[in-house]
Structures are given as C-alpha cells and as structure tokens.
Design a protein around this ligand. Structure first.
Ligand SMILES: [Zn+2]
Ligand SMILES: [Zn+2]
Length: 137
C-alpha cells in the first residue's frame, strides 16, 4: 500500500497530483492554479492551495523550503537537491550525491538525533544567463 491509498483521493486531488507530477518546474500554488484551470475551469485558488497542503502533509508530494516568497511544490519525493535562480526564482533539480554520509558526520558533532539534511544551491538559470548576454550585446 502506498501513501496514496491511505489518503482519500478525490477526483480533484487526483488531477492536482497528476499535473504536479507532470512538471519539473516546482510550481507555486498560483502556478498550479493557472495550470489546473485549463482542466477544471471552476476550481478556486483556495481549493488548489488546500489540496497541495493536504498532499504534502501526507507525504505524497513535497513542499520546498527553498528561498523566495512563495512556497513551491514538488511531485518528486525522492531525496534530491534543488537549485534556485537568484534572478527569476525558478527552481531546478540537482541529483548530487554527497561524497560521504553527511548525517553520520553531523551525528558525531551533536546530541541531536539527525534524520536527514538539506542542501540547496543558488545560481543563475540558463534563460536568465541568456537574457544577460543579450542585454550586454
Ligand atoms: Zn532565472
Ligand atoms: Zn525537485
């Protein structure tokens, strides 16, 4: 049994999940609302937001803590790192594997019980790099 079967999957929730899993853009609730309106013209932003919260609390999707003003959501719940563009705020995936076990290293240095770590990169995305180049020419 996967997590999905424990949570009651309404039709709406199912579609929200499908749409989120179909993209790699780590959309905000607003972005999701724009995407979903094409399939469900009557859906409200509040409904989208509430369902994203429920899905992330159930561990079916992940809510990202990357910098920026709006929360972003990720349909990929495998452990991976993110890179955020300092110009436009877009978020990409980086599947970097640390060379050694960071949790184990951290555990040696603290009395906390360590569960996991989070690694976040910042940089400039290809389209912003391109824009900068054009601007300079
Ligand atoms: Zn950018
Ligand atoms: Zn991701």
């Amino acid at each position: 049994m996967t997590e999905e079967h424990k949570l009651r999957m309404t039709k709406q929730r199912q579609i929200i999940l499908e749409e989120l899993r179909a993209v790699k853009t780590h959309p905000t609730a607003d972005d999701m609302y724009q995407m979903l309106r094409k399939r469900m013209p009557k859906i409200s932003l509040g409904t989208v937001y509430r369902n994203l919260e429920i899905l992330s609390e159930s561990g079916i999707i992940q809510k990202l803590d990357v910098g920026g003003t709006q929360k972003r959501f990720d349909g990929d719940i495998s452990i991976h790192s993110h890179v955020r563009c300092v110009e436009c705020g877009c978020v990409g995936d980086i599947d970097v594997k640390p060379k050694y076990n960071l949790e184990e290293e951290a555990q040696k240095m603290t009395d906390f019980d360590i569960y996991r770590h989070r690694l976040e990169f910042t940089g400039m995305c290809p389209s912003c790099k391109q824009k900068k180049k054009v601007g300079q020419a």
